[in-house]
Write a new protein. Structure first.
Lengths: 301, 225
């Protein structure tokens, strides 16, 4: 497994370099925006990667909470299955279908909904116990980095194209920003709390964050429909050549994210091992000194 | 079930009695939000017409800050004499304690709002153009939204370093949709420009979702070891 790491690093570097070449030289220039638009080959893949990582973080957190509370295992499993399968079927029913924005295929929405049980069982099968928490830290940290890239590249593009850096009422901008804020607070919580309960609290916070995102979306969706804004990125169709470059770019970013997550995962595991070893050592030291010294001097270090 | 309510009621009555005797939380909240109001008046000094559009935001930001002051004290009170540890080992339901704390905070913050609302009317020359009675459901649902999550996160930040600063860092990002609902709903009613019904539904959804989540997870947080 460890031998794979350098190979994958080289492959990722090549993929990223080739993606950059495709984005700058091969992809056609946009008819309206000129060359400025090329930033989407970094912006959009980062966004997709960040959302995927946050999604994995949420699933890992739920799995972690369940693993610490076995009585909740069965009910959580069934809730996940019902949401996934029920949601996937519901997207094909006419009243729900009418709510799906134009341009989105119901089958695509159904696949996205089915990702919930799929990820839930795959992650539960691949990771167990404290490794779930390590996965949650890893994905949250790397996700925040990618989300930051999204929030930085967005305004750089928006300034020449929309004429403004930031559109407060826009649904995607605001919900991404709130998502970023939630995960930064998640990392702050982990940093400020160094006790044994940190992992539980962080997992609970991740669940709260995941519940919050649809509500943010809902609140701004209404806000915007009341005050229409002229700023809607994307929409309409994309040149197939551009789409292919975008997809390739995403592949490169995914590889990169996987690589970073992998090394961070191993680092976190090592850190915990070292911490444990230190704790054991000081315990053994305390036992020795207690044995060697008189009972009266027990309070001495 | 009966014993759960008995524990909730007992804790609630105890908290109210403590607050009635000391008036710690209420006094500090009142003075704090009074300061916020005065500072806002000096920094914006709006005309009556403008103030209708901004006062929704000012009111709720002031109450949010003030609520944090009270929320920080709810659990700190239980740390003295190891009350919380005693509670942890007792067979009483964790959610009974949580509900009592939420209800207590809800009452304190509602009292604060009732006392502060006239001040906002005076300072900003408010004259409501929309259906004023709708402010009541917005205030109740919005206060519940702040307090239920706030109590939960206060219990969480109890276990962290520098806990006083931790609570707003956890609470504010999660509260953004509720805050947006409160502010936009209040503005809609004050200016009478559009209906606030959607925001009431939004706040209700938020309250139901997060009350359920808090009740489902509080026991884990209280007993986390």
């Amino acid at each position: 497994m460890k031998r794979l790491f350098p190979i994958l690093s080289v492959v990722t570097a090549i993929l990223l370099a080739y993606a950059l070449y495709l984005a700058l030289a091969v992809a056609p220039t946009d008819a309206l925006q000129g060359d400025v638009y090329r930033i989407i080959y970094y912006h959009v893949p980062s966004a997709w990667t960040a959302f995927l990582l946050f999604f994995i973080n949420f699933i890992a957190s739920v799995q972690y909470l369940v693993s610490k509370k076995p009585s909740a295992r069965a009910i959580t499993k069934w809730i996940v299955i019902v949401i996934g399968v029920g949601g996937a079927i519901a997207t094909f029913l006419p009243p729900v279908r009418a709510q799906i924005p134009a341009g989105m295929e119901p089958s695509a929405v159904a696949t996205t909904v089915l990702a919930l049980p799929a990820f839930y069982f795959v992650i539960g099968w691949l990771f167990a116990g404290d490794r779930l928490d390590v996965l949650a830290v890893t994905t949250a940290e790397v996700g925040v980095v990618f989300c930051t890239i999204v929030l930085v590249t967005g305004p750089i593009w928006a300034r020449p194209v929309w004429g403004i850096w930031w559109a407060t009422g826009d649904i995607r901008l605001t919900s991404t920003l709130v998502l970023w804020l939630i995960y930064v607070s998640y990392l702050v919580l982990r940093r400020f709390s160094n006790s044994a309960q940190t992992q539980m609290m962080a997992a609970a916070l991740a669940v709260f964050g995941a519940l919050d995102v649809p509500l943010v979306y809902l609140s701004i969706w209404f806000f915007r429909t009341q005050h229409p804004q002229p700023v809607i990125g994307g929409g309409g169709s994309m040149d197939p050549k551009m789409l292919r470059v975008l997809e390739f770019s995403w592949l490169a970013f995914l590889c990169f994210a996987f690589l970073v997550c992998w090394s961070r995962f191993r680092l976190e595991l090592l850190r915990r091992e070292v911490e444990q070893a230190h704790a054991m050592e000081s315990l053994a030291g305390a036992a020795d000194s207690a044995k060697a010294s008189l009972p009266l001097s027990r309070s001495a270090p | 079930m009966n014993s759960t309510w008995a524990v909730t009621l007992a804790t609630l009555v105890k908290d109210i009695r403590l607050e009635w005797r000391s008036k710690d939380a209420l006094n500090s909240m009142l003075f704090f939000s009074l300061l916020v109001v005065v500072i806002f008046v000096f920094s914006f000094d709006p005309l009556a017409e403008e103030s209708r559009h901004i006062v929704g935001g000012l009111v709720w930001v002031a109450f949010l800050f003030a609520a944090v002051v009270a929320l920080n004290q709810t659990w700190a009170r239980e740390l003295r004499n190891q009350v919380l540890d005693a509670y942890r080992v007792s067979p009483a339901a964790a959610n009974a304690l949580f509900l009592a704390k939420v209800l207590g905070n809800f009452i304190f913050v509602s009292v604060l709002e009732a006392l502060m609302a006239p001040l906002f009317v005076v300072f900003y020359n408010l004259h409501v153009l929309g259906p004023a009675w709708q402010l009541l459901p917005i205030a109740l649902l919005g206060t519940w939204a702040l307090v239920v999550n706030g109590t939960f996160f206060a219990a969480m930040s109890l276990r962290t370093r520098s806990r006083e600063i931790m609570l707003p860092l956890l609470l504010f990002p999660i509260s953004i949709p509720a805050l947006l609902g409160m502010v936009a709903g209040t503005t809609a009613i004050l200016s009478g420009e559009n209906s606030a019904r959607f925001y009431i539904v939004l706040l209700l959804t938020y309250d139901v979702v997060f009350t359920t989540a808090c009740l489902a997870l509080f026991e884990t947080i209280l007993h986390a070891e």
